[in-house]
Design a binder for this molecule. Structure first.
Ligand SMILES: C[S@@+](CC[C@H](N)C(=O)[O-])C[C@H]1O[C@@H](n2cnc3c(N)ncnc32)[C@H](O)[C@@H]1O
Length: 267
């Protein structure tokens, strides 16, 4: 299994989201920038018990445009802190939240997932959707998650992962370079990281088949919007995006890559 790490720094990643990359991903996925949009947010919400209408304090690590934060605050009344390292994302998230009737339930913070700007034992839920593949130091991320969770608190997240079949190295390198991912885990790799910090794994799910179907959708959306993308960002970026998403589509069908979901509890 290829578990090579790649030399992308947090600033390389942040540069993607400060520039056209963030806008392109929003075009493909919507303002909730993860596979499955609002439906997947509801799936994760149910699994961590948000539909039980309690007073819950949740940290969304890598909150991007704040799409999930707004959805959770509006639908479940959740109090959300959205943490993101990219100033442009935080600014845009604030702009899209200001004036909404649930705006007082959301706070956005500029900061790193590897040094979470919060006291220990603060959150009922720590949450992440399709973003931790951008974080190289996963052991430190998990230590931070564990630190800020309250006792009995839940971790719920989804992420892009290596699949059950090894990707040829040249393909693996291209997939990671296209996405600017410094590190992807396997399903079991995350299980070990979770358990190593003392969290108790409650559930994990391999979402690889669903991931492959969504890659087909992203290709269609990209092709349908070809003219607009070229007009807005130039032909070079369009061609690069098409090549990259096609490579991810092939990789998903070959089970080289996939997506997973994890729920864990702090004792
Ligand atoms: C795919 S987007 C996240 C999408 C979001 N979870 C959603 O569902 O809408 C990735 C985000 O991770 C942020 N990010 C990357 N590395 C980070 C880090 N080390 N700390 C905090 N945020 C980070 C980026 O700035 C970007 O906004």
């Amino acid at each position: 299994m290829n578990k090579k790490k790649y030399d992308f720094s947090v600033w390389d990643v942040s540069g993607v989201y400060a520039g056209p990359g963030g806008k392109l991903w929003e075009l493909l996925m919507g303002e909730q920038i993860h596979v499955g949009g609002a439906d997947q947010t509801d799936v994760l919400a149910r699994k961590v018990g948000l539909d039980k209408d309690e007073d819950i304090y949740l940290l969304d690590i890598c909150s991007a445009l704040g799409g999930p934060a707004r959805h959770l605050a509006e639908k479940y009344g959740t109090k959300v802190v959205g943490l993101d390292i990219t100033p442009e994302m935080i600014e845009e998230a604030k702009k899209r939240t200001d004036g909404k009737p649930f705006a007082n339930k959301i706070e956005y913070r500029l900061g790193s997932a590897l040094d979470i700007p919060d006291h220990s034992n603060t959150f009922d839920i720590v949450w992440g959707q399709d973003a931790w593949c951008y974080i190289r130091d996963k052991p430190r991320l998990m230590k931070e998650v564990n630190r800020v969770l309250k006792s009995e608190g839940l971790l719920g997240f989804t992420d892009w992962i290596w699949g059950s079949v090894d990707a040829p190295e040249v393909d693996a390198d291209y997939l990671m370079e296209f996405m600017v991912f410094p590190d992807m885990q396997t399903l079991d790799g995350y299980n070990k990281l979770i358990e190593r910090v003392g969290l108790v794994l409650k559930e994990n799910e391999d979402l690889g088949d669903d991931f492959a179907k969504h890659m087909d959708d992203y290709i269609s959306i990209l092709k349908k919007n070809k003219e607009n993308i070229i007009a807005g960002f130039g032909e070079e970026l369009y061609l690069e995006a098409e090549k990259g998403v096609l490579a991810w589509q092939t990789a998903a069908k070959n089970k080289w890559v996939g997506r997973g979901l994890w729920i864990a509890k702090k004792p």
